[in-house]
Write a protein of this length. Structure first.
Length: 118
């Protein structure tokens, strides 16, 4: 069972990016999914979460600019990032709370770099 993230890149301030993260393997169900980020010299911080029923939560600095969503049929979570700012530059990690054949597991994706130029 693993998480595979994609979609990062370099974008100018004010631009948009869409991150994707797909869970694969022997998965019975997925509870909460989320996106975290870690900027150079800073601790990893939670950006947004989404429950299995679609309830969402965001940190204040991305509210109104970022949207988290999920496709339960594809075991995939997305992060649509609009109006990007240089302060959004970080490595973004996806996270999922899963039920697998071997029990509950909390997994992390490999991280995808987002760089916003001013």
């Amino acid at each position: 069972v693993q998480l595979q993230a994609s979609g990062g890149g370099l974008v100018q301030a004010g631009g948009s990016l869409r991150l994707s993260c797909a869970a694969s393997g022997s998965i019975f169900s997925i509870n909460n999914m989320g996106w975290y980020r870690q900027a150079p010299g800073k601790e990893r911080e939670l950006v947004a979460t989404i429950t299995s029923s679609g309830s969402t939560n965001y940190i204040d600095t991305v509210k109104g600019r970022f949207t988290i969503s999920r496709d339960n049929a594809k075991n995939t979570v997305y992060l649509q990032m609009n109006s990007l700012e240089p302060e959004d530059t970080a490595v973004y990690y996806c996270n999922a709370d899963l039920i697998t054949h071997s029990g509950r597991r909390v997994l992390w994706g490999q991280g995808t770099q987002v760089t916003v130029s001013s």
